[in-house]
Design a protein around this ligand. Structure first.
Ligand code: ZN
Length: 387
């Protein structure tokens, strides 16, 4: 005998009389709201301990999930365990919502163990619903994002997409450092800024754009250029540093400070049609992960470096690289996936190809070799005003 499928309205009526309605989705799915009157017990848990949850095998059990597939499978499993009176809600919670039946939002029926009701609200549940549905993020991951502090150096071509997506993703505190003001020539790629904000400090323009996108993210706008004098203050209290300045003086200062203070550095650079990205984590993993100086111990002489203003850059290119940086930052915060540590990812927009190079640790690196005293910061001459 096949499992009966009933309509959401029937399920609501029967539940109100005497039937037990159970939402068999996972806790991170139920956080977005459940059919009114439903108990939340995830499929696996219910099947494994059915007798515990439902001591009376004659009770009428109605199961609901997201779209009606899992509830049907769960019903079959319960039937096999001797529950004779089991039905599945056709179309699941999706149809329940489509038919405007009452929902309990956002937390009704969620196990107290799964959620601390104090630090989640309807805005959180709705805004991050697509994260909450990912088991690899979920509530725990979203809370990690919300308690993360990220330093974004540069509110330009790389910083624009990176900061936009980090704010959208729910990073709690974004500290943005940039001493520049918005210029018309920036707008071809620096999408945080607008024509109306030409002449405004970039950090202020960024704060306006990011707060409009996600008011939950706190923006710390610091209108300063990174230097040996302020680099440690800028890094103070942050979990991750993103280099969006794309110039040699900032790159070496951030590298050296991140090694010294033990913070991961998400690196990105662009030039004409090509870009590259990596994650340097030598400060926390001495001898295992390289730093930027392991690759390039010193910057090139000014006369050998490309003149960025003259070289130009395809406007979309920093968008691609900045988003790779944001992706790496989010992965590091969540502790998921394989970060770009020890790998240099190179991107060629014209051929639309990515190439990956293994990076070696330099055992004699002046900055990250174990046992070496920190040699102090160097302010290299500014010979490229940044992308
Ligand atoms: Zn090194």
């Amino acid at each position: 005998m096949s499992i009966p499928e009933i309509q959401p309205q029937q399920a609501l009526d029967r539940q109100r009389r005497s039937a037990v309605l159970i939402d068999v989705r996972e806790a991170h799915e139920r956080v977005l709201g459940m059919a009114e009157g439903a108990l939340g017990i995830a499929m696996g848990e219910l099947i494994a301990a059915a007798a515990e949850h439902l001591p009376d095998t004659t009770v009428e059990v109605l199961l609901i999930c997201q779209s009606g597939v899992r509830s049907l499978r769960t019903a079959e499993a319960l039937r096999a365990q001797g529950f004779a009176n089991v039905a599945s809600v056709a179309g699941g919670t999706q149809r329940w919502i489509a038919e405007s039946l009452p929902m309990v939002k956002p937390l009704g029926g969620i196990d107290a163990d799964d959620i601390d009701a104090d630090d989640i609200d309807a805005d959180f549940a709705e805004r991050y619903s697509r994260h909450l549905r990912l088991p690899q993020v979920g509530l725990e991951g979203q809370r990690k994002l919300e308690s993360a502090r990220v330093l974004m150096v540069g509110a330009g071509g790389l910083g624009s997409p990176a900061a936009y997506y980090l704010a959208a993703a729910g990073v709690g505190i974004l500290r943005i450092a940039d001493d520049d003001v918005v210029d018309r020539s920036n707008l071809q790629r620096q999408i945080l800024h607008t024509d109306a904000r030409i002449g405004t400090a970039k950090v202020d323009s960024a704060a306006i754009a990011l707060s409009a996108l996600n008011p939950r993210t706190r923006i710390e706008a610091i209108a300063e250029r990174v230097s040996s004098a302020n680099v440690e203050d800028l890094l103070d209290g942050v979990d991750i540093v993103i280099d969006g300045a794309d110039n040699f003086p900032a790159r070496y200062l951030l590298n050296d400070a991140c090694v010294k203070l033990g913070k991961p550095l998400v690196y990105g650079a662009v030039h004409r049609f090509e870009g590259q990205a990596s994650v340097f984590d030598a400060g926390r993993r001495r001898g295992e992960a390289p730093c930027y100086r392991c690759l390039f111990p010193e910057p090139p002489p000014p006369e050998a470096a490309p003149n960025c203003a003259e070289a130009g850059v395809l406007g979309v290119l920093p968008g691609v690289i900045g988003l790779i940086q944001a992706t790496e930052a989010i992965k590091l915060i969540l502790g998921i996936g394989d970060p770009l540590i020890g790998r240099l990812l190179q991107f060629d927009a014209l051929s639309m190809r990515f190439r990956e190079t293994r990076l070696q640790v330099d055992p004699d690196c002046a900055i990250c070799a174990s046992g070496k005293a920190f040699p102090g910061y160097v302010d290299y001459a500014v010979f490229c005003a940044g992308e």
